[in-house]
Design a protein around this ligand. Sequence first.
Ligand code: PHE
Length: 440
Amino acid sequence: MTQATEHPNWSNRWTFILAATGSAVGLGNIWKFPYITGEYGGGAFVLVYLACIALIGIPVMMAEITMGRRGQENPVDASLDLAKEAGQPPFWGIVGYAGVLAGLMILMFYSVVAGWVLEYVLQSASGNYMVANAEQIEANFGALTADFNRQLLWHSLFLIITLTVVALGVTKGIGKAVEILMPLLFVMLGILLVYSFINGDPAQAIAFMFQPDFSKLSGEAVLVAMGHAFFTLSLGMGAIMVYGSYMPRGASIAKTGLIVAGLDTLVALVAGLAVFPIVFANGLEPSAGPGLMFVTLPNAFAAMPGGAIFGTLFFALVAIAALSSAISLIEPGVAWLERRGIKRVVAVLGLGMLCWIGGIASIHNGDVFNFLDNFTAKYMLPLGGLLIAVFVGWVMSRNHVQAETQMNDSDMAKWFFTLRYIAPVGVLLVFLHSLGLFGG
Ligand code: PHE
């Protein structure tokens, strides 16, 4: 029976805000956002991304928190229980099952990239690239991604750290970790932004990021922007849902959802504004791809006064952000297995083993890496988000939803309108658009 054991709860809403922000802010903001913005041409891409955050991401985030807190369960049991409550078939459990799967699939490549980051913390601290020229720095990243054993080592280490935190449990592990990690992250990013504006080319960076050129916007770019909105907010796979289930009842779902989405967007924009001035000041390419952070930034750090220290700070910051996100990628699956009577440590080890093997496959074969990244961000998360929007907007009783969110009638009407119509139709339109069915 699902009511037998007690579901854990965080003592106050700040822990939820920190944990959810920790989940949202990660490699998506600092590694992925700048490089896909660079690849898809800058301003217009950023604009579509921001529109997706506002019109689809924020309503879906509130919906996920609502499902978690009302369900008081992991994503699988929350969707099953809430469907039952609404008199609907167990089909809706797919929201939870697909979410658990998506989280594991993401962690399989996420941990590899986080491993690269750990390598660069070490390289920065040891001053390795400080004496190298541009070609050597590029060759250096190429050498890392060609070195199976070194990547395996870092991937394994990152995964072990992640699994240890998750094994310690929701309050002792995750709650405590984010209380320390998140404030640290914000301070470091602030220092980097100032550093980059003083030493880089902020004017060109701002023009690149905020002057839209719609001729560069393909159907593919719109799909990537929408997928990234889900990815960066950790939506569509149950991470925010499972954290929502640990959220205390008194906290406002609308307010906390807005805070988390706002902080995440702020960090992405600040990360872009910290990265691109350095890129432009050094005549580097914004469209360098997944290597952007690893190839261009060391160049910039190497050329700048205090570069070794700032380089170390920067990569440490990224590693911290990646850790608090990785935790939330595996937590939905762990919470689900735990509910099925499996010990938390055993669940962590079992799922961790899957991610470890998947990571090895991604290291071994770049196509596996790309498939995991593309398939989850472009399809699984938006589809999961679509189902969540439909479930809360159309399937759950509106009275139950309002009781859980404690929204007044007018806020409720606005939110429900976006949730019922704009978010689902938006996701479908972007899918159709990317197939080139219209205007693409
Ligand atoms: N939001 C995280 C990031 O931007 C990635 C993530 C996706 C985490 C989905 C949890 C769930 O890096």
